[in-house]
Ligand binder design. Structure first.
Ligand code: CMP
Length: 143
């Protein structure tokens, strides 16, 4: 069974979108196995976004993601990574379709409400970074 890392970014938390976003993933049928309201540190942000470290927006990205708490989650299910990406929509809200989370709630690429793993490799890395060593619940859930 596949797992993906999904995080409501500080703008989403500030705008009271956590419940809406959790609800969408629940209704889709994915299973929540980990969730935490968390203040991302500069070190964690730099590791999480290491692939962007040479980009001109890196400093703003780290500044934004550490500015206020985020809501980190791990969702489990068949094709959870690809499904999560579809539900989030394109990274830049100007390109994301209505009906997707960024398409419905985002306005700018910097404050695009939500982050989600884009591959198996990044899911494993991000889950280890944010939830490594934390207890995961193990339970049966009706489809
Ligand atoms: P995310 O899916 O969290 O992964 C990397 C983030 O970098 C991305 O969402 C955007 O929020 C951010 N990002 C990408 N391009 C830009 C940009 N041109 N300016 C500011 N932020 C960006």
């Amino acid at each position: 069974m596949e797992r993906t890392f999904i995080m409501v970014k500080p703008d989403g938390v500030q705008r009271n979108l956590v419940g809406e976003i959790v609800s969408r993933f629940e209704k889709k049928g994915l299973k929540l196995v980990y969730a935490e309201m968390t203040q991302v540190t500069e070190q964690l942000a730099s590791e999480h976004y290491a692939e962007h470290k040479d980009k001109p927006f890196f400093k703003d990205l780290v500044g934004f993601i550490t500015s206020n708490p985020s809501f980190a989650m791990v969702w489990e299910g068949e094709n959870a990574i690809a499904i999560g990406r579809k539900m989030m929509g394109a990274t830049n809200p100007k390109d994301s379709e209505p009906g997707t989370i960024r398409g419905d709630f985002g306005l700018t690429v910097g404050k695009n409400v939500i982050h989600g793993s884009d591959s198996q490799e990044s899911a494993e890395r991000e889950i280890a970074l944010f939830a490594g060593g934390k207890p995961f619940v193990d339970y049966e859930k009706d489809e």
